[in-house]
Design a protein around this ligand. Sequence first.
Ligand SMILES: NC(=O)c1ccc[n+]([C@@H]2O[C@H](COP(=O)([O-])OP(=O)(O)OC[C@H]3O[C@@H](n4cnc5c(N)ncnc54)[C@H](OP(=O)(O)O)[C@@H]3O)[C@@H](O)[C@H]2O)c1
Length: 208
Amino acid sequence: MDLRRNILILYTNRAVHEWKHADFQINIQVMRKLKLYIAASLDGFIATPDGSVTWLEEAASSKDPNAYGYQSFLDSIDTTIMGYNTYKFMEDLDAPFPYPDKKNFVFSSSHQKAKANPAIFVATDLVEFTRDLKKENGQDIWLIGGGKINAKLLNAGLIDEFIITYVPIVLGSGIPLFAENTTMTSLVRKLLIPFDDGLFQVILEKKA
Ligand SMILES: NC(=O)c1ccc[n+]([C@@H]2O[C@H](COP(=O)([O-])OP(=O)(O)OC[C@H]3O[C@@H](n4cnc5c(N)ncnc54)[C@H](OP(=O)(O)O)[C@@H]3O)[C@@H](O)[C@H]2O)c1
């Protein structure tokens, strides 16, 4: 009994000694979040079958730059990622690229950038690239869409926050918020915000 007690004291003293003389370095790495900020119809479409979003432009009537929390959201991110179809839609608008002060990654296996703008085309694996991007230092990352890359990143469990602004309209058909072959994923609602123009925003998180 005494022997066991002595051994215990010996080990305790050693642990205290090591604790006192250890050169501690604590590295706390907070991963940047991948946030899907997007608008959808009540039936879960982000565009009509031809890619049009005029139904959204007509409904989102507020001229306030921070309407739908947009400016605050934009200030919280320094990087965007989007699929080629979403990029193409922006490019065809013939307007200046909308996020010149951000790092913008466009995923495409078969297209090259056609116009001079700050977008960076990426042909490597979307999931691996995004996983690595989240480990880099910086502000959060905006997943702009569209439905195809949303689904891939959702299935990989990489989307941390979902900020979905719903337009009270039923489109009947179109490009889905998440493309087919999406895995069932449970989320937790953090906030529900109604707006005066009838739109409403729901902020959800991945279930822990
Ligand atoms: N309502 C909104 O707030 C909102 C927001 C964003 C977008 N949108 C709309 O959404 C539409 C585009 O959505 P979408 O679903 O058709 O396309 P998308 O997700 O924007 O782009 C899909 C394309 O990305 C490329 N890609 C690269 N890696 C991929 C991967 N691992 N998985 C899937 N695709 C990959 C492929 O092009 P390659 O063949 O070149 O590889 C693929 O065809 C547009 O009409 C846009 O206006 C609406």
